[in-house]
Write a protein that binds this ligand. Structure first.
Ligand SMILES: NC(=O)c1ccc[n+]([C@@H]2O[C@H](COP(=O)([O-])OP(=O)(O)OC[C@H]3O[C@@H](n4cnc5c(N)ncnc54)[C@H](OP(=O)(O)O)[C@@H]3O)[C@@H](O)[C@H]2O)c1
Length: 223
């Protein structure tokens, strides 16, 4: 099989950084391009890093031959401070990238949404994620893969109370996320990254949505 070229946006985040590592180590990928606002600090012969001004994202040209785009962008209201800023990162940027992918006939566009994504939701976060999904669906992408993980676990620099609480809960009372609640079980960022990598390589056409329990199965190869 021809080696692939990947573009990762959100490469400095929890999922994105795990994904970049996986792609760099994979023989399936010839080149890993990252668009970042500050350097990843990684040097690797396969890595091509571009510092991007995300306010003018739409003016950038997609690198030639990109096969797969992985969108791992995201922020929190705490960091973004306003709903408008939040929407830029979680809606506008992913849709701009989706448009580029559609125009250039990129085979796979893999994006992280969230478990409760629903454009009609009264919860702002879920509504924005839902809107992002709806806008991407309109773009006639060759392959659109939407990942809807539950709470993400992993090492972060910033403290996030909800994630920490869920992590502690799942360790202290492991059965709390069993049976019907299994789909809510927090998931490691690196498992999500692994699943994104595997799904991209299948190169299936059309739209597919991956709920958190399926992401876990794909990312760990476990039922
Ligand atoms: N956290 C959860 O529990 C959870 C649950 C379900 C779904 N998700 C979703 O999963 C995705 C990945 O989450 P994560 O935890 O891996 O994210 P993360 O660690 O917070 O990383 C976010 C990435 O987005 C970039 N970014 C943030 N604001 C930006 C801006 N204004 N301009 C350009 N880049 C910006 C960050 O770059 P910098 O390093 O430059 O800031 C970073 O690379 C997100 O879409 C998130 O909404 C998260």
């Amino acid at each position: 099989m021809k080696q692939k070229i990947a573009l990762v946006v959100g490469a400095t985040g929890l999922v994105g950084s795990n994904l970049v590592q996986t792609l760099l180590e994979s023989e399936e990928y010839l080149k890993v391009i990252v668009w970042v606002r500050s350097t990843t600090g990684i040097t690797h012969e396969k890595l091509e890093e571009t510092i991007v001004d995300f306010n003018t994202l739409g003016h950038y040209q997609l690198n030639r031959g990109v096969d797969h785009i992985f969108c791992c962008l995201g922020t929190t209201i705490k960091v973004a401070k306003t709903k408008q800023n939040f929407k830029k990162v979680d809606l506008d940027y992913p849709v701009t990238l989706g448009r580029m992918a559609s125009e250039k006939g990129v085979s796979q566009f893999i994006v992280i949404s969230a478990m409760g994504a629903n454009h009609k939701s009264r919860v702002f976060y879920n509504a924005v994620k839902g809107e992002m999904e709806s806008e991407l669906r309109k773009l006639s992408l060759l392959g659109l893969k939407i990942f809807r993980p539950s709470l993400l676990l992993g090492n972060r620099n910033d403290f996030r109370f909800g994630e920490k609480a869920a992590e502690v809960l799942s360790k202290v009372i492991p059965f709390v996320f069993s049976g019907e609640l299994r789909k809510y079980k927090p998931i490691e960022g690196k498992v999500v990254a692994q699943a994104m990598y595997r799904v991209a390589l299948h190169e299936r056409a059309g739209v597919e949505v991956f709920p958190s329990d399926i992401i876990r199965q794909i990312g760990t190869n476990k039922k």
